[in-house]
Design a protein around this ligand. Structure first.
Ligand code: NDP
Length: 243
């Protein structure tokens, strides 16, 4: 039985991670930013075996909230290892064009999609509980070498995921240098039918998949990675993604 943490699990891909982790008989600490607005996760945790799904709060756009969450994890008695962490929380305020967007909108994308995820991982690492893998839900939008010029309206989102990618590569290299054996991964979940695409963007995307399909494919990819893979980027189908 493996121990997982999923950051940003109230709905969409994060909620599906929790569902599939539990279905495999594992334990999961699932976070939401506001536990009063996580009815689907409450229902799921209520039907899971006792203590196998525990809800915690973590708003990745707030340093105080991240620290409180990491302290909650550090205070867990008998938690002597964490096998996998999925840093899933993210926002997309569509459209966010470079020629139009506000200072605040750009900052919010960076704060929630890059700064918060990296600091959350950092604070978990600082608990000194051994962690097997930390996987960040990145995006093909953040790929710097395969510029998605057709993605009109995604400039700040793409820049925030590119910043996330660059930071997680540094995190992987720094951990290797200091002989901390946590595998750091980036993953593109595919184009997934969630609120982010259906409501935020509101138009049809080619090759769209369900959250169930996406997570069912990503889960064995995460489980198969070892320290030699740290600092790599993967597609939901298990193919290496260019940076
Ligand atoms: P959704 O918009 O459906 O869900 C986003 C999740 O992130 C929600 O649980 C939301 O919580 C949480 N979240 C947002 N802001 C914060 C915050 N400040 N602190 C904590 N949690 C927060 O998105 P998806 O499920 O589609 O996306 C999940 C991840 O996958 C994101 O990182 C996204 O960028 C990435 N991704 C998604 C793709 C897709 O096609 N859907 C494609 C590529 C990447 P709340 O309910 O409180 O808002």
């Amino acid at each position: 039985m493996a121990i997982w943490i999923v950051i940003g699990a109230s709905r969409g891909i994060g909620l599906e991670w929790v569902k599939q982790i539990l279905a495999r008989g594992n334990t999961v600490f699932a976070t939401v930013r506001d536990h009063t607005k996580a009815s689907q996760l409450w229902t799921l945790s209520g039907s899971a075996p006792r203590m196998s799904c525990q809800l915690l709060e973590c708003d990745v756009s707030s340093e105080d909230s991240i620290i409180r969450f990491a302290n909650d994890i550090a205070a867990m008695r008998n938690l002597d290892r964490i096998d996998h962490v999925i840093v899933n929380a993210g926002i997309l305020n569509y459209p966010n064009r470079a020629t139009e967007l506000s200072f605040e909108d750009f900052s919010n994308h960076l704060r929630t999609n890059a700064v918060g995820p990296i600091i959350t991982a950092q604070k978990l690492l600082q608990t000194r509980i051994p962690i097997g893998t930390i996987t960040f839900m990145s995006s093909d939008s953040g790929c710097a070498t395969d510029f998605h010029a057709f993605e009109d309206g995604f400039a700040a989102y793409a820049a925030s995921k590119a910043a996330l990618n660059q930071m997680l590569r540094h995190m992987a290299a720094e951990l290797q240098r200091t002989k901390v054996y946590t595998t750091i991964l980036a993953m593109h979940p595919g184009e997934v039918a969630t609120d982010m695409l259906n409501i935020s963007v509101g138009w049809e995307v080619d090759g769209i998949i369900s959250a169930e399909q996406s997570v069912a494919a990503m889960l064995p990819v995460v489980e198969s990675k070892t320290i030699k893979d740290s600092g790599t980027f993967w597609t939901w189908e298990g193919l290496q993604h260019p940076w």
